[in-house]
Design a protein around this ligand. Structure first.
Ligand code: ATP
Ligand code: MG
Length: 391
């Protein structure tokens, strides 16, 4: 009898021929995520991944592994030989532990999955046998509709018994869907946007715009801290830190105050596009949500969208603020995002931003600016920070 952790895979099981590539990628990312804790072995067995490690580290390992995308459930299991007497021993151990912690549990249901079709009993027969054993030995009744406790039994090369299924995020392993450059502000939205695209397999790096010395070092540090939190999901990350102040000053001097925000936003996209070209990102990612602020109306989005042919992912576009906040709390960025440091966009914030900016009007306003020079200079002066995956 041995304790192991099982890892159930999500959509990657549908990947047909590529499945092995996806599963191996997940295994590699699990290894990295728990390297400093230590483990004995990670192996595959009939569709799941198993981790052998010191039982006292199970909680922290499960927490770390839940940050790897491509996984839907994680379970602490007891692994035994495929003998019913052994299965009973495992159930006894787990149910005793569980009832000690949660004595109010009154009902159960057995759920067997028989992957080894040579095992002499069918799934329903095994469920019945488990049911009989539990009814005889514990003060529990069967409830097939709403049980207080599930007893899972996977019959494979060995047999795995478990009671918990810790929900992970699902998605695709990071690095299986290209590279994306996240426009990362210090706000609530963009970290969530980066997380959601990483969850679909995009390898995410970030670009941040500041207006130093109008914005402080601490505002910069806050953004790097957000990047560190995102890196617990995405792995190592590069943050390009760009000073937008020279550009903002030029816009301020030459363009209408009402167009300040939308024109600076266009410059952000231009610079991000330039870096994408230079460093090979196939997409950009923003935290925009339709209608949230003036620059995120359809007109506003249309104006910024014209800057590039590159794909721009806006995973929050149809989400309400309350839902975005819920995500940010769940992934751990919220507390950092709400720290009250100034953002580059607030430095020259217009009192009345234009609500219906038109592509041609904005282009006309920009005619006085030496766009190429400003973009190149911003890129030349940027700072590159390498974030090592936080654990
Ligand atoms: P967030 O909470 O992500 O800051 P927001 O609600 O404040 O978003 P805006 O300020 O309009 O909205 O920004 C829209 C998007 O533009 C952001 O989600 C982000 O992707 C990008 N962005 C805005 N400011 C910056 C910045 N200083 N550096 C990098 N990207 C930025
Ligand atoms: Mg913002």
């Amino acid at each position: 009898m041995e304790r192991v952790i099982s890892v159930s895979l999500g959509e990657v099981v549908l990947k047909g021929k590529n499945r092995k590539h996806f599963v191996d990628k997940i295994i590699g990312q699990i290894r990295k995520a728990i390297a400093d804790i230590g483990f004995n072995k990670i192996y595959k067995e009939m569709g799941k991944i198993y981790i052998e490690a010191d039982y006292k580290n199970f909680d922290i390992i499960i927490e770390r592994v839940s940050h790897v995308f491509g996984i839907i459930y994680i379970s602490p299991c007891v692994k035994v030989e495929k003998e019913f007497s052994e299965i009973e021993k495992a159930i006894k151990l787990l149910v005793e532990e569980k009832l000690e912690k949660e004595p109010s549990i009154k009902t159960f249901k057995a759920l067997t999955k028989r992957s080894d079709k040579n095992f002499p009993l069918k799934s329903t027969e095994i469920n019945n046998k488990i049911g009989g054993y539990v009814l005889k030995n514990f003060p529990l009744k069967v409830d097939v509709h709403n049980p207080g406790l599930y007893i899972y039994c996977d019959i494979k090369t060995s047999c795995y018994i478990y009671l918990e299924r810790v929900r992970a995020y699902g998605g695709m392993p990071v690095g299986t869907n290209g590279r994306g450059l996240l426009l990362l502000s210090g706000g609530i939205d963009s970290p969530v946007a980066g997380f959601l695209m990483a969850k679909r397999g995009v390898q995410v790096d970030a670009i941040h715009f500041h207006s130093y010395p109008f914005t402080s070092d601490r505002a910069e540090e806050k953004v790097l801290n957000l990047a560190k939190i995102i890196s617990t999901y995405t792995g190592n990350m590069t943050v390009y830190s760009v000073n937008l102040l020279p550009i903002q000053k030029e816009i301020n001097k030459n363009c209408s105050e009402r167009e300040m925000t939308i024109i600076s936003r266009k410059f952000m996209v231009r610079i991000a596009d330039k870096l994408s070209e230079k460093f090979g990102y196939d997409s950009m990612i923003t935290g925009e949500s339709l209608g949230q602020v003036a620059s995120q109306t359809i007109d506003g989005l249309n104006v910024t969208n014209r800057v590039t042919d590159r794909l721009i992912f806006r995973p929050l576009i149809g989400m309400d603020k309350v839902d975005i906040i819920e995500w940010s709390k769940k992934i751990g960025t919220y507390e950092t995002s709400i720290l009250p440091f100034e953002d580059c966009c607030t430095v020259f914030l217009p009192k009345h931003p234009s609500l219906r900016p038109q592509v041609e009007d904005i282009e006309k306003s920009e005619e006085v600016l030496d766009i190429e020079y400003l973009v190149n200079e911003a890129v030349e002066n940027m700072k590159i920070v390498k974030i090592k995956q936080e654990v």
